[in-house]
Ligand binder design. Sequence first.
Ligand code: ZN
Ligand code: ZN
Length: 289
Amino acid sequence: MEVLFLGSGGGRFATITQRKRTGGFRITFNKEIMQVDPGPGAILTSSELGLDPRRVTSLFVTHCHPDHYTDAEVVIEAMTYGMTRRRGVLLSVKSVLEGDGRIGPAISKYHRERVKESVMMEAGEEFSLGGYSVRATEAKHSDPYTVGFQLRGNKDWEILSYTSDTEYYRELEREHSGARVLIANVTRPGKDRIRWHLCTEDALRLADEIGPELMVVTHMGLKMIQKGPESECQRIEEETGVRTVPADTGLRVIIDKDSVSFKKMLPRQSSLLEFGGANPWIKNTTTKK
Ligand SMILES: [Zn+2]
Ligand SMILES: [Zn+2]
């Protein structure tokens, strides 16, 4: 199982300024490629990284906020080969698929009808995809339909969790227990908590309770970006012993039986396009199980 990040920003001002991009991430498992929360720039970034969006086989939009859904319809157009074939699975929630009063829908009926299967998820529900199970996890967020998820393979070491946007609550740990890799949407630094989101202190608690082999901090708001996510992650790591890294465009996380490893590009000095066919993966790190 492998995760590739198409950005690491989230929240209104990080999205408006595009300081860290907001394309969500892709998970590759079995023969599936699942695109998760494609916010603004998902398609552009995937193109810059040399990825073909037509290879995406499923799309998970966790809730109805633009930093999570704006490129969803284009992903569907790619997944269906330009709407010429009924192909791919769309996993999402009521607000995104049908709308509910003030919010949504975020994906048109025209697009929903072109995918092979459109699945409306609620917390606790499971869906089988490519022999893996996707369980929607509870989130407490301003869109009340928001879910995160846990993805499990047949083998007990293939477990990945994603919090999506949520505030910390006591049972959050239970929703993501067993995760070897935890992707946490940490919008604010330190204890600079805002409603409906995690801050560093919340993430620290969560890492301590769940004890994954690796926690990846993403969906960083402007204050988090300005404070410096590296030092925030270092603090989590020192206090919990959980290896913690900030997401970045092009970060790949690989979950193998014996190890969780990641490959990271050096900070971009110029456009990603200039990397071309050269080897952009310069810094390699492996954490042993
Ligand atoms: Zn968000
Ligand atoms: Zn949100």
